[in-house]
Design a protein around this ligand. Structure first.
Ligand code: PLP
Length: 354
C-alpha cells in the first residue's frame, strides 16, 4: 500500500498531522464550538427559497466578487464599513489562508501568541510561511509589553491576534491591539470568530480600522449565526487589503449556492442571533458552577469555557466521553475546553463532570 512517505510530498509537510477534532457519534457534542441550536424553520425556508432560485443558473459561474453578499456583510458589521472593505470566502479559515498567501508565504514569517487557535500555524505551514510561536502570559492573558517585546524580537510579516481567544476564551484589551499595531512591521490579523459572544463593554478591533490600513479583522458565520455547515467567513479591512487578497483567491471560489444561502441567513439574522444570549447564559452558568465547585476556569467572552482538570487532561477527556459527553482536549496540560450549548447539554456536562 502506498503511504504518504512514498510520495514526493514537500519536505516541510512530511510528518505533519492534519487538523482534526474527533467527529464522534456521541449524544452531547461540545468539542468544536458550534452553535448547538438547529437552524429555525423560518430560516430553513428562506434559505431553501434562495438556493432554489439559483438552481436554473448553475450553468453559469457565480458572481466572482460576491458583491451583493459583501454589501450585506458590511451592513451587518456597521462601523461605517462598505462593500469594498469586506471580503468573503468559504469559512474564515479560507480568508486567513488567502491573507497568508498574499502577505506571508515562502521566505516570510507569521507570529501568533499561544495557546491560541491551532489552525493559524497549520495555515502558515500550508502556505510555506515560517511560523513563530510566541507566548501568552502564564495566566493566558497578553500584556502589551510582552506582545511588543516578542514582535520586536522577530519582526514578523504577519501577526495573528485572536480575540476572544480560542481556546482560552478571553477577549484582548484594546490596548494590546493598539500596541501590536504600533510595533508590528507588517500585517496584523485579529481573528474575531467569537466576537458576538463577548461580554458587554468588549470593543471590537473593527473600530480601529479607519486609522490602520495594515489591520484586518476576520469574522465567521460559523458560530453566532449557527451556519458552520454553510461555510462562510469574511474579513473587514482597508479596500487595498481586499485588492491584495484578490490576487491569490481562486476564481469563483464562493459558489452561487453559498452566496445565496448566506444572504438569506443574514437577512434573517434576528431569528438566528437570538441564540447568542441563550448560549452566553449557559457559558456563564458553566463558569459560575465550576468556580463554585472550586475548579479554575478562564474568563470567557466566547461560546466555550476552558477549565482545569488537574493532572492528565486526556484521561479526564476520556472519562467524560465514557459518560456520553465529548469535550475538547486542545493539548494544554491539565486543561479541557467545553462548548456552551443548550441548557440540557450544560446539565449533561455538569452532571458528567461531577
Ligand atoms: C478562532 C477561530 N477562528 C476561526 C475559526 C474557523 O471558522 P470558520 O468555520 O469560519 O472557518 C474557528 C473555528 O473553530 C476559530 O475557533
Amino acid at each position: 500500500m502506498t503511504t504518504l512517505d512514498d510520495l514526493p510530498i514537500r519536505d516541510d509537510l512530511r510528518g505533519r498531522t492534519p487538523y482534526g477534532a474527533p467527529q464522534l457519534d456521541v449524544a452531547v457534542r461540545l468539542n468544536t464550538n458550534e452553535n448547538s441550536y438547529p437552524v429555525p424553520e423560518v430560516v430553513v425556508e428562506a434559505i431553501g427559497k434562495a438556493v432554489q432560485a439559483e438552481l436554473r443558473d448553475l450553468n453559469r459561474y457565480p458572481d466572482r466578487d460576491a458583491v451583493a453578499l459583501r454589501t450585506d456583510l458590511a451592513g451587518y458589521l456597521g462601523h461605517g464599513l462598505r462593500m469594498p472593505n469586506v471580503w468573503a470566502a468559504n469559512g474564515s479559515n479560507e480568508v486567513q489562508q488567502q491573507l497568508l498567501q498574499a502577505f506571508a508565504g515562502p521566505g516570510r514569517t507569521a507570529l501568533g501568541f499561544g495557546p491560541s487557535y491551532s489552525m493559524h500555524p497549520l495555515l502558515a505551514a500550508g502556505t510555506g510561511t515560517r511560523w513563530i510561536g510566541a507566548l501568552r502570559d502564564p495566566d493566558f492573558g497578553l500584556s502589551p509589553e510582552s506582545a511588543v517585546a516578542q514582535i520586536a524580537q522577530h519582526a514578523p510579516d504577519l501577526v495573528f491576534l485572536c480575540s476572544p481567544n480560542n481556546p482560552t476564551g478571553t477577549a484582548l484589551d484594546p490596548s494590546v491591539v493598539a500596541a501590536v499595531l504600533a510595533a508590528a512591521p507588517g500585517m496584523v490579523v485579529v481573528d474575531e470568530a467569537y466576537a458576538e459572544f463577548a461580554r458587554p463593554g468588549t470593543p471590537s478591533a473593527l473600530a480601529s480600522l479607519p486609522q490602520h490600513p495594515r489591520l484586518v479583522v476576520t469574522r465567521t458565520m460559523s458560530k453566532a449565526f449557527g451556519f458552520a455547515g454553510g461555510r462562510l467567513g469574511y474579513l473587514a479591512a482597508d479596500p487595498a487589503v481586499v485588492d491584495a487578497v484578490q490576487l491569490v483567491r481562486l476564481p469563483y471560489h464562493l459558489s452561487a449556492l453559498t452566496q445565496a444561502a448566506a444572504r438569506a441567513a443574514l437577512a434573517h439574522r434576528a431569528a438566528l442571533l437570538v441564540t447568542v444570549d441563550a448560549i452566553k447564559e449557559q457559558r456563564d452558568r458553566i463558569v459560575g458552577t465550576l468556580r463554585a465547585r472550586g475548579v479554575r476556569v478562564a474568563d470567557s467572552d466566547a461560546n466555550f469555557v476552558l477549565f482545569e482538570v488537574g493532572g492528565d487532561q486526556h484521561a479526564a477527556w476520556q472519562r467524560l466521553l465514557d459518560r456520553g459527553v465529548l469535550v475538547r482536549d486542545v493539548g494544554l496540560a491539565g486543561w479541557l475546553r467545553v462548548t456552551a450549548g443548550t441548557e440540557s447539554e450544560t446539565d449533561a456536562f455538569l452532571g458528567a463532570l461531577s
